[in-house]
Ligand binder design. Structure first.
Ligand code: GLN
Length: 247
């Protein structure tokens, strides 16, 4: 069995090592005797979404997001169709914002893909923090790190999780990210999947079931170290609360 992973715009959306999540997808497939092909699509490349099983969109600065915005128009329809047909997507921070209708900075309105019915507006105080979520998708909490100026209003969408510690979509709503069909949009940067192998396996299983049928179940891997690291963070923040100052 094999999955093909499309990495969108690694030349522009490349903050904080979000690409490490691709390594995690690849290794966790290989450890189970499966294959992963990774295709990087640079800005301007044409993308055949019908060949892809997983898409990763990483984070980027406002300037890079603006550059990406120009390319999104060319892929909007195909990308939307991919999502509506249950294609798997992990979109992080700037990438998550670009799945929405727009990201409004202090200077510009950056048009998004309108795949999710969400909007983002910049505010001067950046939300930078470790974060712990409880997601209805998992028994184990999701841990990570966030760093964003944008505040994302998710409307009627289902959040990825409830913020246990940290700031999340707006710093005030108490929620983080969005789950829509097989899309996870989140502010959790960098090694999201290595820190949360349960999230990685959830996305891999979704992609495998779509391609090979509902009988597919992933064999467990020896994740003791990952679980220890996850529990360490959860324990560390279990009695702390961080509330954004009212301005
Ligand atoms: N430029 C966006 C923001 O600051 C996204 C940043 C990021 O991907 N870290 O909100």
């Amino acid at each position: 069995m094999k999955l093909t992973i499309g990495h969108l715009y690694p030349d522009l959306l490349n903050l904080y090592g979000d690409r490490g999540n691709i390594q995690c997808f690849r290794k966790r497939l290989e450890w189970r005797g499966m294959e992963a092909e990774v295709i990087p699509f640079l800005s301007g490349d044409s993308i055949d979404f019908s060949k892809l099983d997983i898409v990763l969109l990483g984070g980027g600065s406002d300037r890079e997001q603006e550059l990406v915005c120009g390319h999104l128009k060319n892929i909007q329809q195909d990308f939307k169709e991919y999502v509506e047909n249950d294609g798997v997507v992990l979109a992080v921070c700037g990438g998550y914002q670009l799945l929405g209708k727009y990201y409004k900075t202090d200077k510009k309105l950056i048009e998004g893909l309108s795949i999710l019915n969400i909007t983002t507006e910049w505010e001067p105080e950046r939300l930078i923090r470790n974060i712990v979520l409880n997601s209805p998708l998992f028994d184990t909490p999701v841990v990570g790190f966030e760093n964003h100026g944008g505040r994302t209003m998710i409307g009627d969408h289902t959040p990825f999780g409830k913020v246990f510690y940290g700031l999340g979509n707006t710093g005030k709503s108490g929620y983080e990210g969005v789950v829509y069909k097989n899309v996870i949009g989140t502010y959790l940067h960098g090694p999201l999947l290595p820190k949360n192998p349960h999230v990685c396996d959830y996305l891999l299983e979704r992609a495998l079931k779509k391609k090979y049928g509902d009988d597919i179940a992933l064999a467990p891997l020896p994740d003791e170290l990952e679980h220890q690291a996850n529990s360490y963070i959860v324990d560390r923040y279990s009695d702390k609360k961080y509330i954004l100052k009212e301005t």
